[in-house]
Design a protein around this ligand. Structure first.
Ligand code: UD1
Ligand code: UDP
Length: 409
């Protein structure tokens, strides 16, 4: 079997890593396209250097731009590669512009498309990610869902061809799959398989490595369970100055309780902050670490600034920062789940989440960009609720490869 995988943004490197390894272990051929959507060292290269992630076969170097420009340039280049490589499958991940470009280029060439992390919905049509997810799901042939909720979302949109009863596929041995209608037919509804979450596979594999190898707490001179970790990058926060301001005011208020707030800052947010009046309003004193002077770990903190704004960190460092935090404040999709996997309280800086199970189990509070709600959520969080295995059994990647193989033969 030959697979062309399309990745390009930070979370996709983390999702693809266990699947690429499972493909190699099963002796399948994989051609990896890196679209170049993310390109800074700490947004891209660091993941290839640190994780067991095969080198991309090609980097399209598309870079940043408007949605149309970025997606359009990817489409043109991916089409050429798919024509040359003639894969059995195009494999796409998540909900970025790279996801949509990969799926759209393949479906037009009648190459079967498999979507990993299918069925997620925020029901917020203002999010670019929601457009990408809905469109990708509706043009894919095989939808690998991470949860029962995701399967339910697809059923509500009219999808009918579900492997089993939509619960987690326990095993992909031939016997258990005999009972599933594994039908792949371009004229029928795409096949939906609940295999669990590849990010759970990834964290199970990498957490011990992180515990052994990461020195990030020492480098930042912070102590376990004595800081709050925060990330912000969603367009709905960065592109609205009043929301971004409110979120950073909340961080500052939390830091005033004598608890460091560590913020590995996404370049998008860095740019929005440096274009705004925040730097002169006192969030970051000049000379500003947001402005690139003396950037690096440990910068942006110290005695004078209340917030520890640092560059994005590697995945292993991030796992350590997450595991040892008192709480995680984030608008990241992946980090809401990682907080749950690691049993760390999460406050989501959005008005809704796709990962509703984390809220239902009491491990995630939706606070939006509301300063009061964010501060209150951190101060009043009641942890200790049970954490059922909501995201599979850590073998999503193997199941994905086995199902792809079965459908190729
Ligand atoms: C993208 C995804 C989002 C995902 C996020 C993961 C889309 C529409 N959005 O958002 O779903 O959660 O990745 O991190 O696909 N930039 C750099 N260096 C880089 C990358 C980006 O400076 O290596 C800056 C550029 O100014 C760029 C901006 O960040 O314009 C936004 O980057 P882009 O890839 O368009 O979207 P993200 O916000 O990263
Ligand atoms: N991450 C990382 N370093 C960082 C911030 C995030 O390694 O500085 C990891 C994080 O642990 C998670 C993934 O990147 O696995 C989430 O990516 P991001 O928040 O950019 O995107 P989203 O999940 O919201 O699409």
């Amino acid at each position: 079997m030959k697979v062309v995988s399309v990745v390009g943004a930070r979370p996709q490197f983390i999702k693809a890593s266990p699947v690429s390894n499972a493909l190699r272990q099963a002796d399948h051929q994989e051609f990896i396209i890196h679209t170049g959507q993310h390109y800074d060292y700490e947004m891209s290269r660091v993941f290839f250097d640190e994780m067991e992630l095969p080198e991309p076969d090609v980097n399209l170097e598309v870079g940043s731009g408007s949605h149309a420009k970025q997606t359009g340039e990817m489409l043109i280049q991916i089409e050429n590669i798919l024509i040359a490589e003639k894969p059995d499958w195009a494999l796409v991940y998540g909900d970025t512009n790279s996801t949509l470009a990969g799926a759209l280029a393949a479906v037009k060439l009648h190459i079967p498309v498999a979507h990993v992390e299918a069925g997620l919905r925020s029901f917020n049509r203002e999010m670019p990610e929601e457009h990408n997810r809905v469109l990708t799901d509706h043009i894919s042939d095989l939808l690998f869902c991470p949860t029962k909720t995701a399967v339910g979302n697809l059923i509500n949109e009219g999808f009918k061809n579900i492997a089993g009863d939509g619960n987690l596929i326990e095993s992909t041995n031939s016997r258990s799959l005999d009972s599933f209608p594994l039908i792949l037919d371009p004229y029928s509804s795409p096949l939906i398989a609940n295999v669990g979450d590849v990010m759970y596979d990834s964290i199970l594999h990498n957490i011990k490595l992180a515990e052994r190898n990461s020195r990030v707490l020492d480098r930042l001179k912070i102590k376990p369970k004595n800081y709050v970790l925060a990330t912000v990058h969603r367009a709905e926060n960065t592109d609205y100055p009043e929301r971004l301001m409110s979120i950073f005011e909340a961080f500052t208020q939390i830091a005033q309780d004598d608890i460091p707030v560590i913020i590995p800052l996404h370049p998008r947010t860095r740019q929005c902050l440096s274009n705004s009046k925040f730097k002169i309003d006192g969030f970051v004193k000049t000379p500003s670490p947001l402005m690139g002077e003396g950037r690096g770990e440990g910068e942006g903190g110290g005695e004078k600034t209340p917030l520890r704004i640092i560059d994005p960190v590697s995945y292993l460092d991030m796992l350590m920062l997450e595991q040892n935090a008192n709480a995680i404040l984030t608008d990241s999709g992946g980090m809401q789940k990682e907080a749950y996997f690691l049993g760390v309280p999460c406050v989501t800086l959005r008005t809704e989440t796709e990962w509703v199970e984390t809220v239902e189990t009491g491990w995630n509070v939706i606070a939006g960009a509301d300063r009061g709600k964010i501060v209150e959520a951190v101060r009043c969080f009641k942890s200790g609720s049970p954490r059922p295995e909501l995201y599979g059994d850590g073998r999503a990647s193997q199941k994905i490869v086995e199902i792809l193989t079965m459908l190729t033969c």
